[in-house]
Design a protein around this ligand. Structure first.
Ligand SMILES: Nc1ncnc2c1ncn2[C@@H]1O[C@H](COP(=O)(O)OP(=O)(O)OP(=O)(O)O)[C@@H](O)[C@H]1O
Ligand SMILES: [Mg+2]
Length: 281
């Protein structure tokens, strides 16, 4: 269980990115975090793994107060949190297998991993995970020879090799086509269920969030303005989160322009597209 209490982040530049965030994520729950660009989604998940230092407030994972940790204890706590990024963050010149095994870097120590010697149980588990994420044939391929969707699968396998208690996922589908995006979200969803893993998934695509999350939190200007079941996310709440927009079916005139083009410019393209294509399935 992850608990954030009164978490505030103010960057040195003066930008207040998060204000008094209270949030509890039970084990096994998949939560999508939505909100406009700059709302603070990445800041929130980075405060959890302390890539960003929260200015004040408390963040607990199980019994551990994360905000007070440093050094070895912080590294140990970070291993309990698997990170999956949009940019996949793989090492291009290494193979798929080596990239997955690097998820154990913290556990095997610098020299062993530098010499690329990993414990046999880690290698066995990496094989198993690569099979599970659908890449059993790509083990020896270099990471730079993979498609975006395949790279994301490697990123997922690497995060899971840490045997985390929690997944922190920042825009996992931002550069993927619609079908691959759904496959990746489905995979994350299934793995969370199999392992009773909680997840916070930052995502711009509201339809994907609705389809694959147990819960949706909406962030606007650093504050949570919606927190509920996906079914409860209606046009009014979307307006609260993103601002005014026609959230129903878009009507197009014969010139192929949206009827209310003028008011739609402030919305993320992915959000607009997925809503227009009839997201709430
Ligand atoms: N390193 C930083 N230094 C100063 N300000 C920052 C830094 N990172 C983010 N911010 C500011 O904090 C606010 C929240 O940014 P954040 O990246 O968390 O938003 P986001 O919701 O993830 O946006 P996006 O959807 O575009 O990824 C923004 O106003 C941003 O400009
Ligand atoms: Mg972000």
């Amino acid at each position: 269980m992850l608990t954030l209490s009164q978490v505030t982040k103010r960057y040195p530049t003066g930008d207040r990115a998060l204000t008094d965030i209270d949030l509890t994520l039970p084990a096994g729950q998949v939560m999508a975090l939505i909100g406009p660009s700059g709302a603070g989604k990445s800041t929130l998940i980075r405060c959890v793994n302390r890539l960003v230092e929260p200015t004040s407030g408390s963040i607990r994972l199980g019994d551990t107060e994360l905000t007070r940790l440093s050094g070895r204890e912080l590294r140990r706590a970070r291993r309990a949190m698997g990170m999956i990024f949009q940019e996949y963050a793989l090492v291009d010149r290494l193979t798929v297998m080596e990239n997955v095994l690097s998820g154990r870097l913290g556990q095997v120590g610098f020299w062993r991993s530098f010499l690329r010697r990993y414990p046999a149980d880690a290698v066995t588990e990496a094989f198993r995970l690569l099979e599970r994420v659908g890449l059993p044939h790509a083990i020896d391929k270099r990471a730079d020879a993979l498609s975006g969707g395949q790279r994301q699968r490697v990123g997922i396998a690497r995060a899971l090799l840490q045997d985390p208690q929690l997944l922190l996922v920042d825009e996992p589908t931002a550069s993927l086509d619609p079908k691959t995006s759904r496959q990746i979200m489905r995979l994350i969803r299934e793995l969370c269920a199999e392992r009773e893993l909680g997840a916070i998934i930052n995502i711009h695509d509201v339809a994907l969030a609705r389809q694959f999350a147990d819960r949706i939190a909406g962030l606007r200007a650093g504050e949570i303005v919606f927190d509920g079941r996906p079914e409860a996310l209606d046009a009014e709440t979307l307006t609260t989160i993103y601002g005014e927009e026609n959230w129903g079916e878009e009507e197009w005139d014969t010139q192929g322009q949206a009827a209310d083009e003028a008011s739609s410019s402030s919305v993320e393209p992915a959000t607009r597209l997925s809503l227009a294509t009839g997201g709430a399935s």
